[in-house]
Design a protein around this ligand. Sequence first.
Ligand code: ATP
Length: 518
Amino acid sequence: MEESTIAKQNKNVPVLPWMRSPVDVSKFEEYPLDILPCLDPRLKMALQNMGFKTLFPVQIAVWQETIGPGAFERDLCINSPTGSGKTLAYALPIVQLLSTRAVKCLRALVVLPTRDLALQVKQVFAAIAPAMGLSVGLAVGQSSIADEISELIKKPEHEAGICYDPQDVLQELQSSVDILVATPGRLMDHITTTKGFTLEHLCYLVVDETDRLLRESYQSWLPTVLKLTRPYDESLVPGVNNFLPCASGSLKTIRRCGVERGFKGKSYPRLAKMVLSATLTQDPSKLAQLNLHHPLFLTTGQRRYQLPEKLESYKLICVSKLKPLYLVAVLQHLGGEKCIVFTSSVESTHRLCTLLNFFGDLKVKIKEYSGLQRQSVRSKTLKAFREGEIQVLVSSDAMTRGMDIEGVRNIINYDMPAYVKTYVHRAGRTARAGQTGRCITLLRTHEVKRFKKLLQKADNDSCPIYSIPSSSVKSLHPFYLSALEKLKETVQSETSRKGKVGIKFSRVSKGEKKSLEE
Ligand SMILES: Nc1ncnc2c1ncn2[C@@H]1O[C@H](COP(=O)(O)OP(=O)(O)OP(=O)(O)O)[C@@H](O)[C@H]1O
């Protein structure tokens, strides 16, 4: 074997020994709900009401390791392609496991990097948890902290006119939810300031989009959660009880038992964890932060990065200064099919979207979605896109991960992604749940080689050219010139209105300007 091939293979072999012998999810088949062992009939009904008849391979694999023979004795690290159904893979076993709980306490915590993603995941739990008598809460900062607290914490009912001891009142505060879906920032707000909010009874922790969440520390949410849920033993750490909050009096928590290394075979209750991503990190130092218990790695096939089976990747090679024209020609060609256009920054998202809207005659509704906008604006746009009122969304990488929008058949990379991970997540907004989809990447000539290498990392050698007749591009020239003029005016007025922020939009790029002068 050639040396370079061996080196390449070694590079793909994970450093961590437990990652080298994974459970291969691709060996599992879709499985009918009717014959799924141990599935509670109430949950089956809830799933059927969602229109689901089978469980996907990753959902079956996780079911086996949690409810099935695996009995959740090991923490699970799940690497499965975009759109393969990871959300239900963790939501289903958690809801079934919690169905036998006697007292309402916060038992499961799901952490996600963004508000829109957390909302999406909450909806999945909300579709199945009530059938088992469980409540789901959301901590994302969508409403005021006071409103959020009143949703999450139940206050005791007190008779008017009677004075109560504040200490007793604190003891009586209870969680209104069994499962909480949260973003790290709001989670930390509740941990540090909300009276009655406790992780003391937490049994399950899910870290979704793990590699994204581990990249930033977000006010040290992870060490804080692990510290607050660490099993404590007075004899090992004297006085520890004095530091741990206890809002539920003498209530004891039953967690899974596990034999931890370093505890001389002593078994004690642990917080059971599932961590997931379509591009799960294999970096030992990053994974070490999660303090996983005898982790089991579940992955799909041999490849590190995997694209959805029915995704078709295309490249469109364009003359740099005419890129917007190629984009418009593609949009015309797609004839109003739902589409997300990705750019490399919030500034170019804004400028490109403004420019496209000046093209008149496009017959599609185009809006931007980026981190530069207020959350309320973003949520409104997302709703309109989901409902089909908007056909094209121009987005920065705010939309890259996890978002599940029905009917998106096309992804366009207006700017080539810099990393294979970004390509995997962007392209993964289509071809979800076994559907077909295409991802078209606009490339300048000098980017072609780099793009080929990037796709090879996802083992994708087949990326045909997306052809657009040059006559369609040419015919757009006159519209482009007038659209650029209008863009220039808009940019100038935004600059004067928005001061500093507007300056970001104030420069029409060299390519655009040159074309304007021609
Ligand atoms: N058993 C099922 N039957 C039919 N559809 C399903 C099933 N499970 C999930 N889906 C659908 O598949 C789509 C993708 O699911 P989900 O968002 O959980 O994917 P994911 O693996 O988390 O993707 P990403 O990595 O992009 O976050 C959703 O629209 C979901 O409703």
